[in-house]
Design a binder for this molecule. Structure first.
Ligand code: MN
Length: 236
């Protein structure tokens, strides 16, 4: 049956060989049978800029991405700097966050999900900063090694901060979800980011909206497969 696949939060990096292997299985066993594949953010553990395309691990991943005929990629918070050179090299279409699509007759809104974590004020401030065009332009003029060093520091700090934040603060805010669903005409929602794979039903203004939260790939590869009858999770 014609179907579409959604994945997110792979956090691919050269030192996580088990995740890279799962991604290889996804490419060979799943991706080629799908009408389209959507990667909803944090494909990479980090992305310092498109001038890092030739790094050997990136070349390997980009070659794999090129084998997927219809591939759409949304930037996550880890790879917010994925740009047009990456998109061209990998043969992908970059998507805005959020993006509304028609999925076999069901309006479906796609998002990375971090914009919905509105209880985490410090994070939202940081997010607004790194999404600013002038900040990105400025940052990308710095030498690649300097950018990588800054990102390494940032990752260590975010790891530390996560331990002191309550788990509720790092999840999506239900009212923010309801607002987003209302703004887009009560679609189905698919997002990642929180690493809390689940299925939720939201009742918004007499509408009933499905919300699918994608899994990260830390323990195993996880894929949401959708066709005209609905969605279900498959592992790889
Ligand atoms: Mn994320």
């Amino acid at each position: 049956m014609p179907h579409t696949l959604f994945i997110s939060d792979l956090h691919l990096s050269a030192d996580q060989t088990d995740i890279t292997a799962a991604f290889g299985r996804f490419i060979s066993n799943h991706a080629s049978h799908a009408e389209a594949v959507y990667i909803l953010g944090d494909l990479f553990e980090y992305w310092a800029g498109d001038d890092d395309l030739d790094e050997p691990f990136h070349r390997e991943i980009i070659a794999a991405l090129r084998t997927i005929p219809q591939l759409f990629v949304m930037r996550g918070n880890r790879d917010v700097l994925l740009g047009t050179a990456f998109a061209e090299a990998a043969g992908v279409m970059l998507l805005d966050d959020p993006t509304l699509i028609d999925l076999y007759g069901t309006p479906t809104l796609l998002s990375h999900g971090d914009l919905l974590c509105t209880d985490d004020h410090a994070y939202q401030q940081f997010r607004a900063q790194v999404h600013r065009a002038d900040f990105q332009q400025d940052f990308l003029t710095k030498p690649l090694v300097e950018r990588k060093a800054w990102i390494t520091q940032l990752r260590a700090r975010s790891q530390q901060e996560k331990q002191s934040k309550t788990s509720a603060i790092m999840d999506v805010n239900d009212l923010a979800v309801d607002d987003l669903l209302r703004q887009h005409g009560y679609p189905r929602l698919i997002h990642g980011h929180t690493h809390r794979p689940d299925f939720h039903l939201h009742h918004v203004d007499d509408h009933r909206c499905e919300r699918w939260v994608l899994a990260d790939w830390h323990a195993q590869g996880s894929v949401l497969r959708c066709d005209k009858n609905g969605c279900r999770v498959v592992s790889c």
